[in-house]
Design a protein. Sequence first.
Length: 354
Amino acid sequence: MRILITSAPFHPSLGGIETATHVLASGLAERGYDVTVVTPTPGGCDDYPFTVVRNPRPMEFLRLVRDSDLMWQSHVSLRMLWPLIFIRRPLIIMHHIWLRSDAETETRNGFLKRLACLFAQNAFVSSILRDAAGLRGPVIPNSYNETLFRELPDVPRDRDVVYLGRLKAFKGPDLLIDSLTRLAACGRHLTATIIGMGPQADELKRQAAAAGLAAQVEFPGPLQGDALVRMLNRHRIMVVPSRWEEPFGLVALEGMACGCVVVVANSGALPEVVGPCGPVVPKNDRIALAAELDRLVSHPDVLAEYRQRVPQHLAKFRTTTMLDACEAAIHETVDRWRHNSAARHVTVHSMPRR
């Protein structure tokens, strides 16, 4: 079967949609599907087990759609749906972010995107995303890279708290520094690492220094691969204090897989993703976050109890689980499309001639 995946963001850009699209395309290709990814994201050498077409000309894009058995779109993009006006093909839209307009993530044209979704099979990475959209379709959670993100017994857990993500205000890394400041004032000095890059990086460093935390808080910048995994393994706790309503929260799975107990804000899908494996604190609440960090570092037994629940919970987010669900959705959509097409054909040819 020939699968055409369209994704506005893709590698070498970094982000959740980019990672999810790459995992899906690679997994389907390994299972024997003929996979092509179309993206406007510029790039260099595309050494993938599938074909990547960047910025195709209109006629080339039409040809790719014509030669496909199904189009899979990694979140709805109006500018990548226009070929379906001329060439009918079954369409699955995998929703990774909110349909509504959102200034934080530059999401626009929510009404038009919702209209386009009425002509597709929709799928969602979280239940809260589906509920907010008010559309029908399966929930197929994102998967994490279980081969990469894992516990490393040879790495000592010599640090307390880690943040991993973009250094932007809506992600809330400043809330961690505020919490550490409150704890330090009470004589509780926690070590922390803030991993990532973004426009708030210098401001966060100044905030830590002004609070007297320069020796406690490290800023290694962005980390990837084995270096990131080793750094996560050094920490007992991860915090995901996002102010934004997160539609998923892959970083929480990566932290759990590396042995961290993950504290999340009551924001979007984060409680759904962390499940029973970590505490949930009110969104944008520095005092509550500080109190939870104090509780966790003071009670190793609580940390151990959370960690015991992780293996069973993470099994729901393995790559094979995600690919099985995507494959089932593909076959169901194509079969229904072919059945409906055959029914239309019979109806047209059975109409009485005048």
